[in-house]
Ligand binder design. Structure first.
Ligand SMILES: *Cc1c(COP(=O)(O)O)cnc(C)c1O
Length: 379
């Protein structure tokens, strides 16, 4: 954060690309050798900005990218041709031609999908790359594990599909190691009767790296959140990998004013001042990514001190109590997520106060918020 940014902006997120790269290296070093790294960069790289994050990942040596849809995948393809790009969601019929035009990899969960994608690929004299997804207990995408072999055989009979990988996704990796291991075993059971040579086999995401077993024959991981320096599990993922926060979130004090005891604050009068108070009106609200659920709950840091949010968060403004901070004035910086002097508000704390989780909080920082990038490359 520089003085210049403070002067120009009402609300901004600072993205530290050097920290991001250190996290990436830390995770890669902690993984077994030869483990491939699929960087998950869906939803604008978890709100950090797709092009900047993808550029850095390309320079830092990741093996492949994974995203949610053909639009995100095509954006990456236009940045570089050397990386496989896996689409993690079902593809709609009208979008499918882009799979072929941009050399993207589709996920197959049903024989229906396999057949119509094969037809499309045939009509374009192409070989469409696909991964088979196995539902081992998530109950969302993938073929149910007991029927996986059958679908695999179907795919192998379709000449215009080229099978590149097999994967599954964990439903409870951040809270239930036992169920995660059951899911792992179900995939292993499928793999027993399948030739896997040359295929990418992957299951682990940020949370499950915590219960990662080096003996598993999986040869790739799909990592999203952990790259951004957020530990999804109370215990450190991988036990020994150290990650640091990449994103900080700031706003400013728009004005300061004194109000008498018993004054109601903001929409719906959900908060009443208990004493004669000084309040600061911040220049950001839920239109920027401070969730309504932080009303009367969250806090920000101003001059290294915690200032509680009082009353409802509104679209463009948030009100905090600064009665106990003498030196505060209009224009000062307020930290929503980040550190200052000895105090810090982590993304996890911010999310927990808002009854949310880190993934949603990152996706909720809106377009209105300018992303400021810093962090030169470290060789
Ligand atoms: C989002 C996603 C990931 C990445 O999850 P993180 O918890 O952010 O590491 C991996 N796999 C699938 C299928 C996903 O949708």
């Amino acid at each position: 954060m520089t003085k210049n940014h403070q002067k120009q902006l009402r609300c901004w997120a600072e993205i530290n690309l050097a920290a991001f790269e250190r996290n990436l290296k830390g995770i890669q070093t902690a993984l077994p050798e030869k483990m491939r790294y699929l960087a998950v960069v869906k939803a604008d790289a978890y709100g950090h900005g797709m092009p900047q994050i993808v550029n850095r990942l390309m320079q830092s040596g990741v093996d492949a990218f994974a995203v949610a849809n053909v639009k995100e995948a095509s954006d990456i393809r236009h940045m570089g041709t050397g990386w496989p790009i896996l689409i993690l969601s079902p593809v709609l019929p009208e979008e499918a031609i882009q799979l072929i035009e941009n050399d993207l990899t589709a996920t197959i969960s049903t024989s229906d999908e396999a057949r119509w994608l094969n037809e499309l690929s045939k009509a374009n004299q192409s070989q469409l790359k696909v991964h088979l997804k196995v539902d081992t207990g998530m109950g969302r995408l993938g073929v149910w594990h007991t029927q996986a072999i059958q679908l695999l055989q179907t795919i192998q009979t379709l000449p215009h599909l080229s099978l590149q990988g097999i994967y599954t996704h964990f439903s409870s990796a951040d809270c239930d190691v036992q169920f995660t291991n059951l899911q792992r075993d179900r995939l292993l059971e499928v793999l027993k009767s399948v030739p896997t040579k040359g295929l990418l086999i992957h299951a682990d995401n940020s949370s499950s790296l915590q219960s990662f077993n080096e003996k598993n024959p999986f040869n790739a991981v799909r990592v999203g959140l952990l790259q951004f320096g957020v530990l999804p599990y109370p215990k450190s993922a991988l036990g020994h990998v150290h990650v640091e926060p990449v994103l900080s979130f700031y706003t400013r004090v728009g004005l300061i004013k004194e109000l008498p005891r018993h004054t109601d604050i903001s929409y719906g009068r959900t908060y009443q001042l208990k004493r004669d108070s000084r309040i600061a009106v911040l220049t950001a609200g839920y239109g920027d990514g401070i969730p309504l659920s932080l009303s009367n709950k969250g806090a920000v840091l101003i001059h290294g001190k915690r200032c509680p949010i009082i009353g409802r968060v509104t679209m463009d403004q948030t009100i905090v109590d600064v009665t106990d901070i003498r030196e505060v004035s209009a224009g000062d910086v307020a930290i929503i997520i980040g550190k200052d002097l000895s105090q810090s508000i982590s993304l996890n704390e911010f999310s927990q106060s808002a009854d949310s989780h880190a993934w949603e909080s990152l996706c909720s920082i809106t377009k209105r918020v300018t992303r400021i990038y810093k962090g030169s490359r470290e060789i």
